[in-house]
Design a protein around this ligand. Sequence first.
Ligand code: 6PG
Length: 258
Amino acid sequence: MRLLRGAHCGEVVVCPDPEELGQRAAERFVQLVGEAVDRKGVCAVALAGGSTPKMLYKSLASEPFLTGVAWPVLHLFWGDERFVPPDHPASNYRMVKETLLSSVPLPSANIHRVPTERGEPEFVAAAYQQEIRQFFGLSRNEVPRFDVVLLGMGEDGHTASLFPETPVLEESKLLVAATYVQQLASYRVTLTFPVLNHACNVIFLVSGEAKARALRDVLRGEYRPAKLPAQRVQPTGGALTWIVDRAAASKLLDHSLP
Ligand code: 6PG
């Protein structure tokens, strides 16, 4: 495992393979949840969607991590959701249910999924925003501070459902937005950058050769957040960590990160 550091990219942990990535991410997850619970008796995490985080979720659902998490006081939210029913094969909620929720003693009241079945995308985004506001006890202009936000990254440098050159990248007021993704010809519901960048800890999980170019461009290339939205994740007052495997890091020159 290699540790690289960069001025704007935080800490980059390079693991030899995807299994190790899942283990390291689970260790960090357990540590950060434990710190939050010790500090305030509760922890709020926004989960990543897609396939990469499955390794983490499966690790958390088994020992030694299963008994290391204070499930009764852990609250799970989703960083983004595809606009499909919760039992749809593409649903991030269904993916988390299958890899994690079905195996851990998390109270159902602690599961805060995006209610995609409740209406049109904008309505669902507003409802989810209200649920977040209610949980954090926020007034209209306050931004929630998640203890941990987990994120993936696409080959195009997108993260959550913040895709290149989409209007939602400029959203500065809403906590949750509905976004039509031309590239996918489908709607998504996503946390916005103000929320991501207000988190205590943001952890990117990136695996595979297919992500190597985007990872190099995001971490080493010029700052082009419209084209590489993941570059815009710069938590103010929070920690940024990239847990990646060697294949994804294959284009990152070892000495390149300052
Ligand atoms: C989603 C995610 C998305 C994902 C990246 C990487 O709903 O798909 O939120 O941002 O993290 O597309 O996906 P993979 O992990 O499947 O490569």
